[in-house]
Design a protein around this ligand. Sequence first.
Ligand code: 5GP
Ligand code: MG
Length: 182
Amino acid sequence: MQTDIERVVITEQALASRVASLAGEIAGGFPDREDGITIVAVLSGSIIFLADLMRCLPMKMRMDVVSVSSYPGATTQSTEARLVADRDLQVSGRDVLIVDDILDTGKTLRLVQHEVARRGARSVRTAVLLRKPSKAPSDVSADFVGFDIEDRFVVGYGLDYNGHYRNLRYIGLLKPELYGAT
Ligand code: 5GP
Ligand code: MG
């Protein structure tokens, strides 16, 4: 697996240190309510970020997951986003933190932010590990961003290519000849 990687973009150490500081920013951004916050995590790319981030957050929290499909199969092009798993999302009256891996075209977050607001959340904020600023549209924003990266398709730390590479400890670029292969 490691031999498929052309270049490490963000090291394991940089990820750990930035996730911890991001948790500090998030904790400072939420009022300390008895009720705590409700995390709505977007599967599957956010799982490693989510697990690390949650354990750095000091406040009470609940967690729910949604699943959005926008990169079916072996493609790196975003298609229409679809909420494919949506079990009993309990966010009414809650302070919600949406957690996703990356803000790319914004289709995924636009859909999830809209759905959470529609279900009566008291407040909705969003944390993403990565953002591609060259692509991010003006109407979709993240309140907490780990890293801004260039517009290249990255893998690792939860992010996949055709289902693989989620278990890499770092964020990296695949060798170009592997994109398009299945
Ligand atoms: P958007 O809906 O903002 O276009 O895309 C967001 C979703 O597309 C992310 O949650 C992620 O699953 C996927 N995505 C976007 N850019 C990348 C990337 O560089 N690498 C990987 N592995 N997934 C990406
Ligand atoms: Mg995703």
